[in-house]
Design a protein around this ligand. Structure first.
Ligand code: SF4
Ligand code: SF4
Length: 353
């Protein structure tokens, strides 16, 4: 979203990161990964929360809950109605006039990339979800390149990488005692306006950032044969392999709820005699009710069909519809599946068919 930035690399001292966070907080609502109830999620961050980012130890860790909820909340009211027939559409449907009012700060490249996939669904040529589009237009994304990919990360196998720029407006890359600051859009440049602690990057800093980026790519532990799996999936719908692959799955849906690219939802009316609200909630293809027809028929009657659907949607149907896999290799589903059903192993098994 938005025009590209000038591409001119700048630099700021690491000790000035807290000042930058406060500079942002003075003009924007800042959402950053903070711990709520023992879980890291993007939420409105106070100056004290984000001010601590200047401290090397507290540079934001990847958020357990994905960035998608900043744009596509787990639950949201679409409209309200009363018994007299009056309907009031929720304010979220009014897209701001391309004015940035919020900043998602401390994003990781895989989460930023996930927005470019969600855009294909909610900001498609033939359908634009006004609630999502409004939030996208009104939110700038400030990303930190990863230096220490996690044990479950495989971003480099799905077209991304520890310093992938897709979906970001501004990217910070570690360069020794400084951060290389890369404005990637006009919106990213706008975030730097009035912040004096940046200067043009020198050759030494550019080289340090390049080294850090190369080191991080080398630390991504696993090369997953995603392209080969995509190719095999085209003819694998009826394969017996699903009989084995799904067995451990409990159908808990943790993998889809935490996935930054999963976007299934349900819409229902919560009403009393006086009126009510139309509410959109995240849903999941891993639940039996997701496809249960009113007749009682369910085209995906067991966990096998539901598990297959999740894999086919991400690595076959989405590719057919949009030319890209619906996975950014963030590893959340790997790390949080209660029975260790590892999507990387699933893809390796399918690639070997
Ligand atoms: S998190 Fe694991 S057990 Fe739960 S639905 Fe996903 S694959 Fe199945
Ligand atoms: S499928 Fe798993 S690894 Fe891929 S984006 Fe979703 S949570 Fe991350």
């Amino acid at each position: 979203m938005g025009e590209r930035g000038s591409g001119k690399a700048l630099v700021m001292a690491k000790r000035d990161l807290g000042a930058f966070a406060r500079h942002l907080a003075a003009s924007y609502l800042v959402l950053a990964p903070i711990v709520e109830g023992g879980v890291t999620r993007f939420a409105v961050a106070g100056v004290d929360d984000i001010g601590g980012f200047g401290d090397r130890e507290s540079v934001p860790a990847p958020s357990k809950r994905p960035l998608k909820e900043v744009f596509f909340p787990q639950e949201e009211v679409l409209l309200a109605f009363d018994a007299g027939g009056k309907v009031e559409v929720a304010a979220g449907a009014a897209a701001p006039a391309d004015e940035v009012t919020r900043v998602a700060f401390g994003v990781r490249p895989c989460d930023a990339r996930s927005l470019t996939l969600l855009d294909l669904v909610f900001d498609a040529a033939d359908y634009k979800d006004p609630y999502y589009v409004g939030r996208r237009q009104g939110t700038a994304v400030v990303t930190f390149a990863c230096t220490e990919p996690g044990v479950a990360c495989f971003c480099t196998s799905v077209g991304g990488g520890p310093s992938d720029e897709a979906g970001s407006d501004l990217m910070l890359v570690e360069a020794g005692e400084s951060y290389l600051v890369k404005p990637l859009s006009a919106r990213g440049e706008g975030l730097l306006r009035g912040f004096d602690a940046v200067r043009e990057a020198g050759d030494v800093e550019l080289a340090a950032a390049r080294d850090a980026e190369a080191r991080a790519v080398g630390r991504v532990a696993r090369d997953v044969p995603v392209d080969a799996a995509v190719e095999k999936l085209a003819g694998a719908f009826g394969d017996a392999v699903w009989e084995d692959l799904y067995r451990k799955c409990l159908g808990c849906a943790v993998c889809t709820y935490l996935c930054p690219t999963c976007h299934c939802f349900d819409i229902g009316d919560e009403a009393t005699r006086a009126g009510g609200e139309r509410v959109r909630n995240w849903d999941s293809c891993m639940f039996p009710l997701f496809t249960l027809h009113a007749s009682g028929h369910n085209p995906r009657p067991s966990r096998k069909e539901r598990f297959r659907q999740r894999i086919m949607h991400k690595f076959n149907y989405f590719v057919e519809n949009n030319g890209r896999v619906a996975c950014v290799g963030c590893g959340r589903c790997v790390e949080n599946c209660p029975v260790n059903l590892d999507v990387r192993r699933v893809l390796e098994t399918i690639a070997a068919l």
